[in-house]
Design a protein around this ligand. Structure first.
Ligand SMILES: Nc1ncnc2c1ncn2[C@@H]1O[C@H](COP(=O)(O)OP(=O)(O)O)[C@@H](O)[C@H]1O
Ligand SMILES: [Mg+2]
Length: 318
């Protein structure tokens, strides 16, 4: 059985009295040790889907509607806020693009890691500090014995990202949600952080949901890929299947727009057009106004399907 099961998860925003669905009935499974890449253009709902999943929405006008959310057999939707708080930051950890806004600038890095270790593992103060040094070593901070007493501003950008991963790991999560964890970093540091996440998966059996708009990151790191478009999942399969045999015209478009595919061209290709506004969705498939292969059904019926949500998937064509 999968470690995490997400069924028909929706996130709804109430904008001045009327509801707009930001995330629409998203379903997927995550196995132990699996790294799932959640990709899609900016605004497609990747962050909201994961925030809904941990039931930590950034604004009071937002709410989760579902479905089912099960982590290691526990029903997250049925949990009260106190139990959910223990799961969040415990079995479910989250790291973000910008570590500076998630690390406390007034608290030593080691104390921030130790706090989680004490809270979630019931360790003593002294033991938590010892473990914090060990976690810093695991995430590749040099001289962790000394660095444990530093403040976040004494760390470089890449080291702060490692420190945030260390804070999350201190809570011993089963699933780590990483929201654009390397977007703000230069390519060398990005590669180091991705290698660190892979290494943590191998050593700890950690499952990771990696949110990114960068298919290069996905190709390097993930086992499976889920593609989001305008709040819905449009394709989900193994990395190989999605990258080598995309079934959804949107996925094929994203792959075509990768720099490696447009090398030799002065301009990077983009998919023509814009994603729809969520309060003015087209009838039928949300990608239909931009789809180069739009057919008769596409403007009438919303397509469904776990592998691919398309009326005329590419693989079915001669
Ligand atoms: N508080 C809010 N109220 C209403 N809509 C919001 C709110 N916050 C974000 N959104 C909208 O939710 C959609 C999904 O955003 P997000 O999940 O951040 O996208 P992504 O992470 O894929 O870039 C966007 O259209 C965004 O404008
Ligand atoms: Mg986002």
């Amino acid at each position: 059985m999968s470690l995490l099961q997400v069924r028909d998860l929706s996130v709804i925003a109430n904008n001045a009295g009327h509801d707009v669905t930001l995330v629409d009935r998203v379903s997927f499974d995550l196995a132990e040790g699996e790294i799932l890449g959640l990709v899609g253009e900016s605004g497609s709902g990747k962050t909201m889907a994961c925030r809904g999943l941990i039931r930590l929405l950034p604004s009071p006008n937002l709410r989760v509607q579902g479905g089912a959310l099960r982590l290691a057999g526990q029903d997250l939707l049925a949990m009260g806020e106190a139990d959910m708080r223990a799961v969040r930051g415990g079995q479910l950890g989250m790291i973000f693009q910008n570590p500076s806004s998630h690390l406390d600038p007034l608290m030593r890095v080691g104390e921030q890691i130790a706090e989680g270790i004490r809270l979630h593992q019931g360790a003593s103060k002294k033991d938590a500090r010892r473990q914090a040094v060990e976690v810093l070593r695991q995430v590749g901070i040099p001289d962790p014995q000394a660095r444990v007493d530093n403040y976040p501003h004494e760390f470089s950008g890449g080291m702060r990202q490692r420190a945030m991963i260390a804070v999350a790991l201190g809570c011993n999560p089963k699933v780590l949600i990483a929201d654009e964890p390397t977007t703000a970093l230069d390519v060398t540091v990005q590669a180091q952080i991705l290698r660190l996440l892979l290494d943590l998966r191998d050593r700890r059996g950690l499952s990771i949901i990696m949110i990114t708009h960068d298919l290069g990151v996905v190709a390097q790191t993930c086992d499976s890929i889920a593609v989001m478009y305008a709040g819905r999942l449009c394709e989900h399969a193994s990395k190989y299947e999605v990258l080598a045999h995309p079934q959804h015209p949107y996925t094929a478009g994203l792959i075509d727009c990768q720099p490696a595919h447009s090398s030799g061209h002065a301009l990077l290709r983009t998919i023509p057009g814009q994603p729809p506004l969520l309060d003015a969705l087209p009838a039928g498939c949300r990608f239909s106004p931009r789809c180069p292969q739009v057919g008769a059904l596409c403007t009438e019926q919303l397509p469904h399907g776990a592998r691919v949500a398309c009326h005329y998937p590419l693989g079915d064509r001669p």
